[in-house]
Design a protein around this ligand. Sequence first.
Ligand code: P70
Length: 471
Amino acid sequence: MASIKPRTMGQQFGRRSWAEPWKIKMVEPIHMISRGEREQAIREAGYNTFLLSSADVYIDLLTDSGTSAMSDRQWAGLMMGDESYAGSRNFYHLESAIVSTYGYPFVVPTHQGRGAEHLISQALIEPGQYIPGNMYFTTTRLHQELAGGIFVDVIIDEAHNPADPHPFKGNVDLNKLEALIVRVGADNIAYVSLAGTVNMGGGQPVSMANVKELRNLCDQQGIRIYLDATRMVENCFFIQEREKAYAGVPIATILQEFCSYTDGAWMSAKKDNLVNIGGWLAVNHQDVFDLACNLVVVYEGLHTYGGMSGRDMEALAIGIKEAVDDDHVRSRVEQVRYLGCLLTEWGVPMVQPIGGHAIFLDARTFYPHIPQEHFPAQTLATELYLDSGLRSMERGNVSAGRDPETGRNRYPALELTRLAIPRRVYTQAHMDVVAESVKAVYDSRQDTSGLKMVHEPKYLRFFQARFEPLV
Ligand code: P70
């Protein structure tokens, strides 16, 4: 024992340690089932982690969506629900939280992010129009396509290379956007679909400089910009960290400025906004608001609840304010980075730089002997579950689905397995257990072979597809 010299996190990084700005008041027991039980569970789930029962999962990094821990204030807010059908006071709290935090004057609540994507897509896209964006997101693109639109990826090339260290891999390539405008004409572009951070690219941020330039170009062309603000708070942390002019500027101020360069935003409140369910659309223009308000009553509910209960809206209004606290955002992103730094140090291939909400393992480099049609990222998710009951998610060619025109499989450059960290839920010790499990699976990578798909749903196939081992 004498030779062991324990070192705190702060000592390892040559600074004083800091910790999460909260303490734990209530706990939820978790435990790891046996290897034999895990083998049976993943077989019965068709080797798809979406089809596992959560009782069979030990550490759940499937998603950071709706899985965060609410604060005592948010739980208190649940008791203050005004469940009136129309004009609930909780809606007005929510509206004012969104207006004062994000800056858009017109707010429409929805049951979750894809509800808002549906409204904006149906309101603004004419069949045959183009929607350029900084990489696709599954549900976002599907709603754009269902409205008759054609998504075009205009993210910078660096975003498609997992090893490229560019600090703002979410940036729009303005040359690609200009080329599209020249090719199809500004009138045939419904709007620019901008996401901060970029989920499918590894949680990578967009810089303030880039959104300003984008605004200039779009102003010249008369094109509007709508923002997927789902993880925009995390994006602002990277701006604060990496763009000199924003060092020391509060996250809340950076967020206001970024949003001011866009015409509106849709939100999955299940992420940044720290609630288990909820979403919203908020816009600058009365005409878009009127369209969305009309659609919301068809698909979600009245425009003063949009699919949420009064108590949900109260918890969300409080979550929005907590989400922009600088200490909270730092501890959230730095926890992800802690896990990422361990794995990087051990040579595990993953998307660099480490993103805001998750570690994205590079499954192609991890398993160079498994071709993409045998689903290396899906295979890696299976192996992690078998090793430790750790649940992750495929973000590769299963997620990319098929081209709606040709019916052919899309083979994206990025074949990733995502370990998404819920906010305010797991400790540093959980991260250590996760890191050691990934390392164990990496060390035995030669013994692994791929999967074949035996059931393929038409839409968003990754949620319900079933697989079998090749051998
Ligand atoms: C995830 C979740 C949801 C999401 C998102 C961005 C950038 C919109 C939404 C939709 C849940 C998910 C969704 C599809 C496939 C896998 C997982 N992302 N924009 O885990 O919001 O789920 O509330 O309808 O990340 O990344 P919602």
